[in-house]
Design a protein around this ligand. Sequence first.
Ligand code: AP5
Ligand code: MG
Length: 211
Amino acid sequence: MKIILLGPPGAGKGTIAKALMQHDGSVQISTGDILREAIAAGTELGKQVEAVMAAGDLVTDELIMEIMEQRLQQEDCKQGYLLDGFPRTIPQAEALKALLAKLGEKLDCALELDIPRDVIIDRLTTRRTCTNCGEIYNVKTKPPTVEGVCDVCGSQIVQRDDETEEAIENRLQVYNQLTAPLVAFYRDEGLLVSVPGSDIDSVMEAIRNRI
Ligand code: AP5
Ligand code: MG
């Protein structure tokens, strides 16, 4: 499967990507995770994007396309991929379209996780993420077995740097302004599939029925 996961912060893109991966061996490609790994490793890229990400603003289209052009040509992408957090602007969507045409590849769909704003805020303030493997938890709906410790790798789980009230508010505004227009873009391309981003089982069931 070659799928774009589209939706506001906290819609469940990462959670659904991890669940779908287990079904068919497609690889999750999260631009947010790639950038957070660069920050954790203290690379030049990490230093360049750290403040922008903590504020909840977007990294430049040029930087993202440089990363994704390389990433999408790696061997593990041949099995299929789940694009989580990319594309995020119309220029990124146009650039992806041109890149896929060049590579002779086609997307199966752009899956929109449709979710009300109050649920988003609640999910983002209760999410916890593993500092090592990126496993996603939620103190209300998916707590780890031992508080603060990742079930998968035993590392510490924390809140992300962009989970302050101010950064969440900014991320939602940025989404509405720059990313939401992608819904119409992919509808016009005949690729849009919308599912309500309610509980995980219902989302997975809706996806199975629609794809
Ligand atoms: P990114 O990491 O992509 O963050 P985001 O889009 O803000 O989305 P989140 O990761 O916060 O939410 P999610 O939809 O993955 O939800 P999750 O599954 O965790 O981007 C971060 C930053 O990187 C950006 O702000 C920007 O600076 C930069 N960036 C990244 N890509 C870029 C790009 N292409 N261009 C420019 N800049 C870029 O779920 C949230 C919580 O809800 C969890 O606790 C989970 O357990 C729970 N949950 C999820 N689904 C369900 C469900 N169905 N039912 C109940 N609980 C659920
Ligand atoms: Mg995510």
